[in-house]
Design a protein around this ligand. Structure first.
Ligand SMILES: Nc1ncnc2c1ncn2[C@@H]1O[C@H](COP(=O)(O)OP(=O)(O)OP(=O)(O)O)[C@@H](O)[C@H]1O
Ligand SMILES: [Mg+2]
Length: 517
């Protein structure tokens, strides 16, 4: 008997271990898959989603919410497997003793789950709001870190701490409330189960005394099985908090995955082979918000190799035109053509690959200078990278960095804004794309360096089309065509001299900006 007991105990321990290992493996691989799907989804979502969702909230979903789902899965799985085995085994044992009482136990116990369900329905929403507030909190920390200089410059430290405390307090409140309700679940299921247990004890006792349908020994054995049988139900309701929180978090993860993706490329979408550089926009209309009209009936015809400057007051839609050219947003009406092909018929990756883009907001990844310049062109040799860096006038300051080209940079690192912009320009110079988009790309660079870069660009862009949004006269004056935009439309078009002679909006803009100095 002792040997048998020993073997059983040993096997129990072994299976327990195997189960834990498997549960871990399943949970972590499920969550890895979910995280990957979610991250991949982000790359396929339309830019409008990214523009309107606080980034911290998305971070919180992919990191914290996924973690909560993982915890829930771990608990759920381990409870589930042992639970199933226990329930089946005890039902079999109980049936061998007394069928009638077994049926009562088997049917009555799950009643406790109804109680659990009733209570947990109320807590689900609380857990949901808890993870929403958690997302808000991540978003806020993110925002404050990003703007820490502005916060301190306006002496808003106390306010921002207060606001954080406010979010934190809400998190506490909703958490306490959720836990309060979910903590009721386990005692109530236990209570219901104990009632069943008591009832079985009493009925069994009576039947033992009155009819002798069951012996006292059988009854006590039965009761201990009945006790085992209810355990999984009690245990499931014991981890209901974690399960509920996991479910609420899963809801938030899935809602990202369910977001509408950008319209996929057409099945027969073309790959641009030779880009001649002509760009046409025909009757293009677009607005971010259907109620606020922005670009209407926009027409444009750019010959290959032309340098196009886009000027106009703040908010007139210059960046929007760039967004449409790159197909970050789709036109509502009309179409844009590159090399005579409508851009909606071109693979997005191919279209975007045809443009080299430098924006005012720079972005560097956490990597060495080498890797940052070779971003999007990983096969470039070191010599090519250095040549691009020289052309973009960043060679000299890279040399001065602690580890030269091997220095690891990051987006919020040590470089000045202008230096970052120069690096981004080097990136484009390395790739030598057929067309170029510069959206205030040189706004943080001093005039002398800018002029040198313009010359380098001019050399590079010979025979290539470029769109340049700039406020500086030197850049604008050298353009082949100047588009003057106002309220989303081109109101004047021509060379610098033509536009000045015309004496219209451009000359007004020019005089107000430059004539004084
Ligand atoms: N993602 C967006 N969602 C909704 N509205 C937007 C969005 N981006 C820009 N807008 C609005 O569209 C209008 C045009 O913006 P756009 O960025 O094209 O201006 P811009 O000419 O580039 O100005 P700036 O010279 O300041 O860069 C603005 O009124 C702006 O508020
Ligand atoms: Mg802009």
């Amino acid at each position: 008997m002792l040997i048998k007991l020993g073997v059983v105990a040993g096997l129990a321990a072994l299976f327990q271990w195997i189960m834990t290992v498997l549960t871990n493996k399943i949970s972590y691989s499920v969550i890895r898959q979910m995280r990957n799907d979610c991250f991949e989804k982000l790359e396929h979502l339309p830019l409008s989603f990214i523009d309107r969702t606080p980034h911290g909230d998305v971070v919180s979903r992919i990191i914290s919410d996924a973690e909560a789902v993982c915890d829930g899965l771990l608990l759920g799985f381990s409870q589930f497997f042992t639970g199933i085995v226990t329930i089946i085994a005890t039902i079999v044992f109980m049936l061998t003793i007394n069928v009638k009482i077994t049926l009562v136990v088997v049917i009555a116990t799950p009643l406790s789950l109804f109680v659990a369900r009733f209570l947990s329905k109320r807590t689900f929403n609380l857990f949901k709001s808890q993870s929403v507030v958690r997302g808000e909190m991540t978003g806020y920390v993110n925002e404050m870190l990003g703007g820490i200089k502005t916060v301190t410059a306006f002496s808003q430290e106390d306010e921002s701490c207060e606001h954080f405390d406010d979010i934190n307090k809400r998190y506490e409140n909703v958490g306490v409330k959720a836990l309060f309700f979910s903590s009721l679940v386990n005692p109530s299921t236990r209570f219901v189960n104990n009632l069943v247990y008591t009832a079985v004890g009493i009925v069994g006792a009576f039947s033992a005394i009155a009819t002798g349908g069951i012996t006292v020994g059988q009854l006590s054995c039965f009761l201990s099985y009945a006790n085992q049988y209810t355990k999984p139900f009690n245990e499931i309701s014991g981890v209901i908090t974690e399960l509920q929180s996991a479910m609420a978090s899963a809801d938030r993860l899935f809602s990202v995955m369910d977001e509408m993706e950008q319209t996929p490329d057409k099945p027969d979408a073309k790959v641009l082979r030779s880009v001649d550089g002509s760009v046409d926009a025909v009757n293009v209309s677009f607005s971010y918000n259907p109620d606020v009209k922005l670009i209407e009936n926009f027409n444009l015809s750019v010959d290959k190799g032309q340098r196009v400057a886009i000027v106009g007051p703040t908010g007139c839609g210059k960046t929007t035109v760039i967004n449409l050219l790159m197909r970050f947003y789709d036109c509502d009406k009309g179409e844009i053509r590159v090399s005579e092909i409508p851009i909606n018929d071109i693979k997005r990756s191919s279209l975007r690959g045809a443009y080299g883009m430098v924006l005012q907001e720079t972005w560097l990844k956490t990597a060495t200078v080498w890797e940052n310049i070779a971003y999007g062109c990983p096969e470039a040799t070191r010599d090519e990278i250095v040549a691009a860096a020289k052309a973009a006038h960043c060679h000299s300051f890279i040399k001065r960095l602690p580890n030269g080209y091997n220095t690891v940079l990051s987006d919020d690192g040590i470089l000045s804004q202008g230096e970052k912009q120069l690096l981004c320009i080097a990136r484009v110079m390395l790739r030598l794309p057929p067309m170029l988009i510069l959206d205030e790309a040189t706004s943080s660079i001093d005039t002398r360096t800018e002029q040198r870069i313009q010359r380098a660009f001019a050399k590079m862009m010979q025979g290539r089309t470029s769109f340049i949004v700039a406020h500086r006269l030197s850049t604008i004056r050298e353009a082949d065509v100047i588009l003057v935009m106002k309220n989303g439309n081109i109101i004047e078009q021509g060379t610098h001299e033509e536009l000045l002679q015309k004496g219209g909006f451009y000359s007004e803009l020019y005089n107000s900006q430059f004539a004084v100095s």
